[in-house]
Design a protein around this ligand. Structure first.
Ligand SMILES: [Zn+2]
Length: 275
């Protein structure tokens, strides 16, 4: 993977006056040459320009049907972000129109995201974080205030994608500090998300809430540590009247899916790949 954006920017500067269009063109063309499918490893295929929501896809042709099971296609959206301090990704990114975004999540059409962080000074890709679609739940999609009556698109309501509400497991580094993460590590982490986070949106919302709490613990923690969050979980799931039972059930699911181990006497340990 060649991280240089130089030739893509020099082409884009000739074709576009607007800086945002230059960035979009240069990073999309770089991505077309370099981004691979985290499921099968093939280079991704771009959708036609101006396709809403989706930028790239993979149909995994050539992969045995058994491995792909019921998933025939993976869709991806590329979001390019300029350098900012400490090479950190922002906690929130601007999303599309709220109702459409929310509906696509509920209907299982929300894409996985490649967040590309580039350096305009160095003309290279600095970081890429892949966000697995299964780790994005309604809690990550925040409505913005509708545009005022005087605005050109009066009443239009945008959304914000909160990365704070995406658990660590769903954030997969592909490039980190201008170093390429081995493809096999990315693919392994991708399949791990599918194993741990599978289920309906309601089931995934629970798993996401529990795993997000566990993200804040060291490798070992206790049932009491989890119960400490009973009230905040009750607020998030007001219809559930048996929160402690639910917490224990979720921990069992996470054990069965290899995310953690039971150590006995109410102690738990995250497995190595999830720590
Ligand atoms: Zn693929």
């Amino acid at each position: 993977m060649d991280l240089s954006l130089e030739r893509f920017f020099s082409d884009a500067v000739r074709s576009y006056n607007s800086v945002s269009q230059q960035v979009r063109s240069a990073t999309e063309r770089w991505a077309s040459d370099n981004l691979y499918c985290p499921r099968c490893g093939k280079i991704l295929t771009p959708f036609p320009t101006n396709t809403p929501v989706y930028d790239f896809y993979c149909n995994h042709l050539g992969l045995s049907y058994k491995i792909i099971s019921d998933i025939e296609i993976d869709n991806f959206q590329l979001k390019s972000l300029k350098s900012f301090p400490y090479s950190n990704f922002p906690k929130q990114i601007i999303g599309a129109e709220y109702v459409k975004t929310f509906t696509s999540l509920v209907e299982g059409r929300f894409p996985s995201l490649f967040l590309l962080h580039y350096s305009r000074k160095m003309l290279e890709v600095s970081d890429i974080l892949l966000i697995h679609r299964l780790s994005i739940t309604p809690r990550s999609i925040i409505p913005r205030n509708p545009l005022s009556e005087t605005a050109r698109r009066s009443g239009w309501q945008g959304s914000i994608l909160s990365l704070e509400n995406v658990p660590q497991i769903g954030k997969i580094p592909v490039i980190r500090d201008a170093k390429v993460v081995p493809k096999r590590d990315v693919m392994h982490k991708w399949m791990n998300v599918e194993k741990v986070m599978k289920g309906t949106l309601e089931q995934r919302s629970w798993i996401t809430d529990i795993v997000s709490i566990i993200d804040g613990f060291d490798s070992e923690f206790t049932l009491e540590d989890m119960y400490y969050f009973s009230n905040s979980l009750s607020e998030k799931h007001p219809n559930n009247k048996h929160i402690k039972d639910k917490i224990r059930q979720q921990l069992q699911i996470l054990r069965d899916r290899g995310y953690l181990k039971f150590k006995g006497s109410g102690k738990y340990e995250k497995t190595l790949e999830n720590y």
